[in-house]
Design a protein around this ligand. Structure first.
Ligand SMILES: *Cc1c(COP(=O)(O)O)cnc(C)c1O
Length: 389
């Protein structure tokens, strides 16, 4: 039987062991150490951040980065935060866990990310209802940048804290900057299925160094300066360990190669599926405006609202599954999440038809950077046969 093909498995560079060995031999099993500082500095360099006061804090997950961003944004119980309806639940979960409320804003077909016109409609409506939103949480889904020009303007005009969930979009750019560096806060993830991994980790990027210093304190139990175990506020244990940062340094060196490989995976699917009727891809940004990191190659079957598109998607998904190929449906819209009941009744859903449609007709294809040409042939042979029906 052929080997299982995974959606986006980790990809070793071969340098990991040397980095880990160095950290171990110098006894930096401690929670802090030189690799942690170096990893932050190298990520900062990669993202084009200027040297100087701290902007980045390495953390043990992307979810932790989002939690700290929301805390530093001052989001409190009862506040409303605009979130994309069509995104992984990790973006919205910390909002709800803080006791705040999510307002789910539908996607647009052009980017599959939050629709800025619907976001504005929601902001106006919430203001009129006497519950103005406090923060805007934008996700760059599947590594494809969201409409940051519009969201920066909306955040300014409506006095919102702007948080970018760049967990899937490391090294993707928009308006000449790396995603995660445009808003007040940006969250990165180094989970095993992302472009590079620390086997589990994340990073918070702050526009202001005061926020980054406060994030660092919050991530390390927030002990007051001085010799005593005295705490003026309560913190968390969210810091990335030095050992995992060492792993991250080895992985980060391969980021340019990973970007090229992800782009090649997409191109390989485009070529192989060019002749298949009714298959379209997540639209690419105009390169003068932004660049995707092509985290996952995603396709849609048939036209918006098409029942045939849903049926073909299911046929393809199941055919691939039978052949031990991991393809995944796209995100379940927030407004359909059992964990978030009553959003619509509370007037906290803006639109939703596009997210429903992407959910019904979309499929994420195996997009690992270790995917071979032969793997891709195998995936596409099965896909094409099943899509014909
Ligand atoms: C992966 C991911 C996260 C969470 O990152 P972890 O490091 O797994 O906690 C958050 N948001 C989005 C959009 C993600 O894809």
């Amino acid at each position: 039987m052929a080997d299982r093909i995974y959606l986006s498995p980790p990809h070793r560079t071969g340098e990991e062991l040397a980095f880990l060995q160095q950290a171990l031999e110098t006894n930096y099993l401690a929670p802090v150490g030189p690799d942690l500082d170096a990893f932050e500095a190298e990520v900062g360099h990669c993202m084009g951040l200027p040297l100087g006061p701290r902007r980045l804090v390495a953390l043990n997950s992307g979810a932790a980065a989002l939690h700290l961003a929301l805390l530093l944004a001052g989001v409190q119980a009862g506040d409303v935060v605009l979130c994309p309806d069509f995104a992984f639940i990790a973006s919205a979960a910390p909002v709800v866990q803080l006791g705040a409320r999510v307002c789910a804003v539908d996607a647009e077909y052009a980017t599959w990310n939050m629709d800025p016109d619907l976001a504005e409609a929601a902001l106006i409506r919430l203001q009129r209802e006497g519950r103005p939103a406090r923060a805007l949480l934008v996700v760059h889904g599947y590594g494809r940048p969201a409409r940051m020009d519009r969201f920066l303007e909306l955040a300014r005009r409506y006095g919102l804290v702007l948080i970018e969930d760049a967990a899937e979009s490391l090294a993707a750019t928009v308006l000449g900057q790396h995603t995660g560096t445009l808003g007040d806060f940006g969250a990165l993830s180094f989970n095993g299925n992302k472009l590079i991994t620390t086997s589990g980790g994340g990073m918070l990027c702050c526009a202001r160094s005061e926020d980054a210093e406060r994030a660092l304190a919050l991530a390390t139990m927030a002990r007051d300066p001085g010799p005593f175990y005295t705490h003026s506020f309560l913190g968390y244990s969210y810091r990335l360990s030095n050992l995992l940062a060492a792993l991250g340094r080895a992985q980060l060196a391969a980021l340019p190669a990973r970007l090229a490989q992800k782009a090649r995976v997409l191109e390989g699917y485009r070529q192989r599926l060019a002749g298949v009727e009714g298959v379209s891809f997540l639209p690419e940004p105009d390169p003068a405006w932004g660049t995707s990191n092509h985290w996952l190659t995603c396709i849609l079957f048939d036209e918006p609202g098409s029942a045939r598109g849903h049926a073909r998607r299911e046929a393809v998904r199941l055919a691939l599954e039978r052949e031990h190929i991991e393809a995944r449906v796209l995100w379940t819209p927030l407004h359909r999440q059992p964990a978030l009941p009553g959003l619509a009744q509370a007037g906290l859903v803006e639109g939703g038809a596009v997210a429903d449609d992407l959910f019904a007709r979309g499929l994420a294809l195996p997009s690992g950077t270790t995917l071979t040409e032969a793997d891709q042939d195998r995936v596409c042979d099965i896909l094409v046969a099943a899509a014909r029906g």
